[in-house]
Design a protein around this ligand. Structure first.
Ligand code: ADP
Ligand code: MG
Length: 727
C-alpha cells in the first residue's frame, strides 16, 4: 500500500490554481458590497430611524423596540435582496474562534409561509450554548447565555457556495450578565478610554468630544499544501508540527522576505482579499515574510472594535478560501521549529473626533504638550501594568515565540527611538524654575519634538512594544490570538492612567499652579517614575535579561504563571474600578485560560505518543529489519567484520534512538496520568508545562535523528523540505 505521504506528494505536485476573477479592477466598485453600512442604512431606513441608529452607533444611544423592528425589517429586505436566506448572531466566545448559529427568515403563518426578521431577533438571541467555555460562571442548571446586538459593528453577509447568511455582530453574556466573550469587555474598555481621553483633551482643546482608539492589525500566516497537511496528524490536530528535522535550506539565505509572490499563493491572496474587501475589510498590504511559505497581510487601521471584528472575520475567510486553492492556512504562532513564527502586530493610536492623532507630535509647543501627555501616560501605564499586558498575550502557542530569540522577549519594555528618548531625558532633567513660572516662559521648558521622527523607520524589531512615529506597535500578540484580550488591557490601563493624570494635574491647579506648569510638572514626575520600562537595545540579548532583572522587570516565560496577573490585587482593582471586569469574571477568565492551556498540551502529548508509537517507531523498525537482512546476507556471503561494520553501525544507532524515544514516551504517559489527577487548574497547568512538556524536546530530538537515518521511502510523515518548499 502506498503511504499517505507518497500520495500527498504526488497530489501536491499536480495542483492547478482555480481561476480567480476580481469583481472589478477598481476596488472601490465592490468594497463593502456585503455590508449593511451607513449608505445602505440611509437607503433602507426612514430618515428618522436612520438618525437614531446613527446615534446608537456613534454615541451608544439605546434603540427602542419599535425602531428595532424597523431596522430589522430594513436589514432583512437588504439581505434578501442580496440572496440571504438565513441570519445569525455572530460572536466571539473564549474559544478564540467565532461562533454562529443560523436561523432561517422563513416562518409558517396562518396566511401561508413568510420571511420574517423581528426586532427582537435582531437585538437579542438565546443560543443554547452551554458548551462554550465559561470558567464556572454558568452552572449547568442555568446554562442560558445571551447574545446582544452591537450596532457599532455593521451587519454583513457571509457568502458560501451553498448559500448566504446575514451576520449580526453581538456580545455574548451569561444569564446573570457576566461577559462570556472577548467583545463585551473590549467595548467597556474602549468606553473608559474614550471618557478618560476626552477629559484630558479638555486641557488643550475644548472642541474634542470623542476619542476613538484605533488599531491596524498585521496578520502573519503560513501556507501549506492541503494534501501534505492532511498527511501530518500533528498539524491537523495541534496546528503545529511536533516532529520534523529542519530542512537543509530554511530561511538562512534570506531569499523569501519581500520576494516575488509564488503564482499559486498569489491567486489565493487575491481570492481571499476580494472576499474580505466585499465585507468591508480594508486590506491594503500583502507580502512574503521571513520564513519559507510565510506571508503577511495588513488592512488600513480602523476603530478598534471594528478592526478586531474584521480580523476575526479575516482569519475565518482565509481558512475557508484556502481550501478552494487546496492550501491550508496555518495561523499557529510556531508551526515549524527552527524558522520564524508568526505574530499579529497591533498598531495602536488614539484619534479624536476632530481628526487629530493624539500620538502624533504636533507643530506647535501646545500640541507638543498634548502629545507628551498622551505619550508619557501610555509609557507610565505600561510600566505600572507590564505584567497584565504580558498576561493578555499569553497562550500555549505564543509561548513558543516570546523569549525564543526570534520574536519579542517575554520581558515587556518600550522602545521610543533615540529622539523621543532624548526629549524625555531633557524634560526629566529640566528645572521648572520659578523664573519660568513667573515669565510664563514655559515653552522653553518643552524640548522641540521634530514632527518627522528619524526613528520612524529605524524599527527596533526586538522590542515587544515600540513607538513607531505616530502609533505604538504591540508586537508580542500571537498570530492566532483574538486581539481583544491585549487591546482590552492596553486601553484599560491607559484609560486608568489618564484618570490619575487628571487628578494629579487638577490637584496642582487647585493649589494655584498655572495649567501648563501643572501639566508639565506631572509629566516630568511620570517620566521619572516609569524610566525602567524604556529600553532601546537588543531585546534578544542575554545582557538585556540581566539588566531587566536588575531593574526589577518581570520575565515570565510560560503562560500558567504569566496569567496570575489577571487575578492579582492590582489588576482586580483596576478592572473593577473601571467597570470592565468584575472579580467573578476575572476569576472565570483566568480559569478558562488555564484550562485551555493544559488541554492543548494534553492534546499535543497524546498526538506525540500516537504518532511515535504507530508511525515513527514502526518505520524505524522496518528499516532496521532491512538492515538486519542485509547484515545477515553479507555474513552468508562470508564478508569480513570490517564490511559488516556499516549496517551494524546504523542498526545500533537506530536502536539507541528508538530506545530513548520509547522510554520517553512511556515516561511521559505516566507523568500525564499523575498530572491529570491534580484538582487545582493552575497547579495542573504548571505540571503540564514543567513535567509533561519537558519530554517533548527529548522525544523530538531523537525522532528527528531517526528521520535523518531511516530510508526516505518508508518515512511516513511529509518532511519539512516538502511542507515548506512545494508550492
Ligand atoms: P509596518 O512597516 O510595520 O508594516 P505600516 O505603516 O505599514 O507598518 O502599518 C502597519 C499597520 O499600522 C497598518 O495596518 C496601518 O494601517 C496601521 N497604522 C498606520 N497608522 C496608524 C495609526 N495612526 N493608528 C493605528 N494604526 C495605524
Ligand atoms: Mg509593523
Amino acid at each position: 500500500m502506498k503511504s499517505l505521504r507518497t500520495i500527498a506528494l504526488k497530489e501536491a505536485q499536480s495542483r492547478v490554481s482555480p481561476e480567480v476573477k476580481s469583481p472589478s479592477n477598481k476596488i472601490s466598485d465592490f468594497f463593502g458590497v456585503n455590508v449593511f453600512d451607513k449608505k445602505k442604512m440611509k437607503d433602507f431606513l426612514s430618515k428618522e430611524v436612520y438618525e437614531k441608529l446613527s446615534s446608537a452607533i456613534d454615541q451608544g444611544e439605546l434603540i427602542n423596540h419599535e425602531d428595532a423592528n424597523h431596522i430589522a425589517t430594513a436589514i432583512k429586505t437588504w439581505a434578501m435582496s442580496k440572496g440571504a436566506t438565513h441570519y445569525t448572531h455572530w460572536f466571539q466566545p473564549l474559544t478564540g474562534t467565532t461562533a454562529e448559529k443560523h436561523d432561517s427568515f422563513f416562518e409558517p403563518s396562518s396566511d401561508g409561509p413568510i420571511e420574517k426578521f423581528a426586532g427582537s431577533a435582531l437585538v437579542q438571541q438565546e443560543p443554547d450554548a452551554s458548551s462554550f467555555p465559561n470558567g464556572g460562571i454558568r452552572n449547568t442548571f442555568e446554562a442560558r447565555g445571551y447574545t446582544a446586538w452591537d450596532p457599532s459593528s455593521p451587519a454583513f453577509i457571509m457568502e458560501s457556495q451553498a448559500g448566504k447568511t446575514l451576520c449580526i455582530p453581538t456580545v455574548f453574556v451569561s444569564y446573570t450578565g457576566e461577559a462570556l466573550d472577548y467583545k463585551a469587555p473590549l467595548l467597556k474598555a474602549l468606553n473608559a478610554m474614550d471618557k478618560a481621553a476626552v477629559d484630558v483633551c479638555q486641557y488643550f482643546d475644548k472642541s474634542i468630544t470623542k476619542v476613538n482608539a484605533s488599531l491596524g492589525i498585521e496578520q502573519e500566516y503560513f501556507l501549506v499544501d492541503l494534501a501534505l497537511y492532511n498527511a501530518r496528524p500533528d498539524l491537523v490536530l495541534t496546528g503545529r508540527t511536533l516532529f520534523g528535522h529542519m530542512s537543509a535550506k530554511g530561511q538562512q539565505l534570506e531569499d523569501h522576505y519581500f520576494g516575488s509572490i509564488p503564482e499559486r499563493v498569489y491567486a489565493y491572496m487575491v481570492d481571499f482579499e476580494n472576499e474580505a474587501l466585499k465585507l468591508g475589510i480594508p486590506l491594503k498590504t500583502r507580502h512574503n515574510e521571513v520564513a519559507p511559505m510565510q506571508f503577511e497581510c495588513a488592512p488600513i487601521y480602523e476603530e478598534i472594535n471594528l478592526a478586531i471584528d474584521h480580523n476575526q472575520l479575516l482569519m475565518d475567510l482565509m481558512e475557508k478560501v484556502a481550501l478552494r486553492h487546496k492550501f491550508k492556512v496555518l495561523l499557529h504562532e510556531k508551526p515549524y521549529a527552527g524558522i520564524n513564527g508568526s505574530g499579529k502586530h497591533n498598531n495602536w493610536s488614539l484619534i479624536t473626533d476632530t481628526g487629530k492623532n493624539l500620538l502624533a507630535p504636533g507643530k506647535t509647543p501646545k500640541n507638543n504638550l498634548m502629545f507628551l501627555a498622551f505619550f508619557v501616560n501610555t509609557v507610565k501605564a505600561v510600566h505600572e501594568h507590564a505584567d497584565l499586558l504580558r498576561a493578555s498575550i499569553a497562550s500555549v502557542s505564543n509561548d513558543h515565540r516570546l523569549g525564543a530569540n526570534e520574536a519579542p522577549p517575554a520581558i515587556i519594555s518600550i522602545f521610543l527611538g533615540q529622539q523621543l528618548n532624548e526629549v524625555l531625558d531633557e524634560i526629566e532633567h529640566s528645572r521648572i524654575s520659578k523664573k519660568i513660572k513667573e515669565d510664563n516662559a514655559l515653552w522653553l521648558g518643552i524640548p522641540k519634538i521634530p514632527q518627522i521622527l528619524l526613528d520612524n523607520t529605524d524599527r527596533n524589531r526586538t522590542s515587544p512594544f515600540a513607538f513607531t512615529g505616530n502609533k505604538f506597535e504591540l508586537r508580542a500578540v500571537g498570530s492566532s490570538a483574538n486581539s481583544s484580550a491585549p487591546m482590552t488591557v492596553l486601553n484599560a490601563i491607559v484609560a486608568d492612567q489618564l484618570v490619575k493624570f487628571k487628578v494629579d494635574v487638577d490637584k496642582l491647579i487647585k493649589k494655584g499652579e498655572k495649567k501648563d506648569i501643572a501639566l508639565l510638572t506631572v509629566i516630568k514626575k511620570y517620566i521619572k517614575e516609569s524610566k525602567d520600562i524604556r529600553f532601546e537595545g537588543n531585546g534578544y540579548s542575554k545582557e538585556w535579561e540581566d539588566e531587566a532583572a536588575k531593574r526589577g522587570l518581570a520575565n515570565i516565560k510560560t503562560t500558567p504563571t504569566a496569567l496570575d496577573a489577571y487575578v492579582s490585587e492590582k489588576s482586580t482593582d483596576l478592572f473593577t474600578k473601571t467597570n470592565i471586569f468584575s472579580k467573578r469574571e476575572l476569576h472565570a477568565r483566568h480559569e478558562i485560560l488555564l484550562e485551555s492551556y493544559y488541554k492543548k498540551l494534553q492534546i499535543e502529548a497524546r498526538v506525540m505518543g500516537e504518532i511515535t508509537n504507530s508511525m515513527i517507531i514502526p518505520a524505524a523498525i522496518a528499516y532496521q529489519n532491512t538492515l538486519i537482512e542485509n547484515a545477515k546476507g553479507l555474513k552468508d556471503l562470508g564478508v569480513g567484520e570490517d564490511l559488516l561494520a556499516t549496517p551494524m553501525a546504523i542498526i545500533n544507532k537506530l536502536s539507541t534512538h528508538l530506545n530513548v524515544v520509547k522510554t520517553s514516551i512511556d515516561a511521559m504517559l505516566e507523568e500525564r496520568k499523575t498530572t491529570n489527577d491534580i484538582e487545582d487548574t493552575r497547579d495542573k497547568a504548571i505540571s503540564y508545562d514543567e513535567k509533561v512538556k519537558s519530554y517533548f524536546d527529548t522525544i523530538r530530538y531523537h525522532t528527528d535523528k531517526l528521520e535523518q537515518i531511516v530510508d526516505d521511502s518508508v518515512w511516513p510523515l511529509p518532511k519539512f523540505r516538502e511542507l515548506l518548499f512545494i508550492k
